[in-house]
Write a protein that binds this ligand. Structure first.
Ligand SMILES: [Zn+2]
Length: 507
């Protein structure tokens, strides 16, 4: 029984260590370092549980010296190498203060127990430790305000840069001529593993896929798009909200709002954003005031689509209830809008291949189509424009080549969710096949289709001929039975220096 207990303890420690390494994001730590760290932890546990293993006498003391100290130093080293951020300084000093004060207390109490020993030496040590602890406590307090100032300065500089970007020349003047307009808004880039984006048919699925995103070093940068809609009857609306400035530039502060777990589970360098790419800046550059946006249609809850909600506390957020109940990972992004959510009933009947839909305004101008799979309540949005229609894809399919779901697939959750996502993709194929004036608009397209869209939508109002141009682009990439034509299969191109961000090539 004692042996079983020890084995259970050993297993528990290894599980906790593995979880810690996942938090450290395995791909950021060199493999030899990880192996050494693992061996040290294992040695430490075995030595503590079976003290005789590493030597006959005073086993525990030996383990502490030979394995324990290096394991502790390695943990600290990994922490500093991967997780550390300047905002941690006060916490680290505070912990050191607490540990020193505890040591002082222990030294002081021990003196009382061993009455026969000369007490003066220990008393002095206890006093010294207590003094050091108090000093560290004061330092921790001082560093808190300095770190706060550092963060405030950083954010203020960002705000200034964005202000300048708003006022730079070349902004658009707003036109009110009764036309429906759509503007693609590139709110920065996200760094993802190539497999997460394109490897769905090469084993990137479910838990296995998730583990690979932690390990795989083949990374690419892909854009994050939101879309602004200027509608003569329904006002200013947004499809998805992209990421916000803090997510990209103050990761630890932003995700710190949801606690340490959010901070550790999100990648610190996941998002890249220039001042010009900020959602508020772009809306202003297009001639609108962000406060005019009355409705945000959120295709799904993921944080690269919801971050911009921090700027939109005045808007109504329309999203599928299932995503709100089961899908929110980082609630802080929703903090300002959680009382302004509106959940569609999806009771407007069939829409083509879709068994349910929501005609949001009741006039056919904007239809919400449930496409669960990527998230529990993902939806696509179909907008009728003057000379065609736009189908906002969210993350159901990342790019144009993803429409060939049997050849190119993004990472899926696995099981029933993968099936649902495939079903959604086939319904989208069917919708696009039956409506030749409809063009898909993606949230993360990094293919040449992206620049075709940018040019056709540059003034927000494509004419029929331009819708046809985009559809012709579709036909050059995909066959009528949704297979890729030669020259359009994605392939990872590693970075030339061996480390860093790779590229995607289509051949
Ligand atoms: Zn997503």
């Amino acid at each position: 029984m004692k042996l079983l207990g020890k084995i259970a303890l050993l297993a528990l420690t290894l599980v906790v260590s593995a979880a810690w390494l996942v938090v450290l994001r395995l791909k950021d730590v060199a493999a030899p370092l990880l192996v050494g760290y693992g061996l040290l932890l294992l040695g430490l546990m075995i030595g503590l549980l079976w003290p005789g293993v590493f030597g006959r006498r005073s086993g525990r003391a030996r383990v502490r010296a030979l394995v324990g100290v290096p394991a502790a130093l390695c943990t600290l080293g990994l922490y500093f190498a991967v997780v550390f951020h300047v905002t941690d300084v006060p916490v680290l000093i505070g912990l050191a203060a607490a540990a020193t004060l505890a040591a002082a207390l222990v030294t002081g109490l021990r003196r009382r127990r061993a009455r026969t020993e000369p007490a003066s030496g220990r008393a002095r040590r206890a006093l010294l430790l207590a003094g050091a602890g108090a000093l560290l406590g004061v330092l921790s307090g001082i560093s808190t305000s300095r770190v706060d100032r550092y963060r405030r300065d950083l954010l203020a500089r960002g705000a200034e840069e964005r202000e300048q970007a708003v006022n730079a020349t070349g902004g658009r003047r707003r036109i009110s001529d009764g036309a429906v307009r759509v503007f693609p808004i590139h709110t920065g880039d996200t760094i993802v593993t190539y497999g997460q984006f394109y490897g769905g048919l090469d084993g990137w699925e479910g838990l296995n896929g998730y583990m690979r995103t932690l390990l795989d070093k083949a990374q690419i940068a892909v854009p994050i798009y939101a879309y602004l809609i200027d509608h003569p009857r329904h006002g200013l609306m947004l499809i998805d909200a992209g990421v916000n400035w803090e997510q990209a530039h103050d990761h630890d502060g932003y995700y710190g709002h949801d606690g340490m777990a959010s901070r550790l589970l999100t990648e610190r360098n996941e998002y890249k954003m220039t001042p010009e790419q900020d959602l508020q800046v772009q809306v202003a550059r297009l001639g609108y005031d962000i406060k005019e946006i009355s409705t945000v249609f959120l295709t799904h809850v993921h944080d690269d689509h919801a971050g911009g909600l921090r700027y939109l506390s005045h808007a109504t957020v329309v999203m599928d209830r299932r995503d709100w109940i089961d899908g929110v990972l980082y609630p802080y992004s929703f903090g300002l809008v959680k009382d302004r959510l509106s959940f569609p009933a999806f009771d407007s009947g069939r829409y083509g291949a879709f068994p349910a839909a929501q005609d949001h305004f009741g006039d056919g101008s904007l239809v919400l189509l449930p496409t669960p799979g990527h998230s529990p309540g993902h939806m696509c949005v179909l907008l009728r424009m003057d000379d065609g229609a736009a189908l906002f894809m969210g993350d159901t399919l990342y790019t144009l080549p993803h429409l060939a779901v049997d050849q190119v697939r993004q990472m899926t959750i696995g099981g029933a969710d993968t099936e649902l996502q495939l079903q959604a993709a086939r319904r989208i194929q069917s919708l696009l096949a039956s409506a030749q004036d409809t063009v898909p608009l993606f949230a993360h397209d990094n293919t040449p289709y992206r620049s075709a869209v940018a040019s056709v939508f540059s003034n927000g109002r494509p004419r029929a001929a331009e819708f046809r141009t985009l559809r012709r682009h579709l036909d050059t990439v995909l066959t009528p039975d949704w297979r890729l034509r030669p020259g359009h299969t994605p392939r990872f191109v590693p970075p030339s220096s061996g480390a860093g961000i790779g590229e995607v090539d289509f051949r």
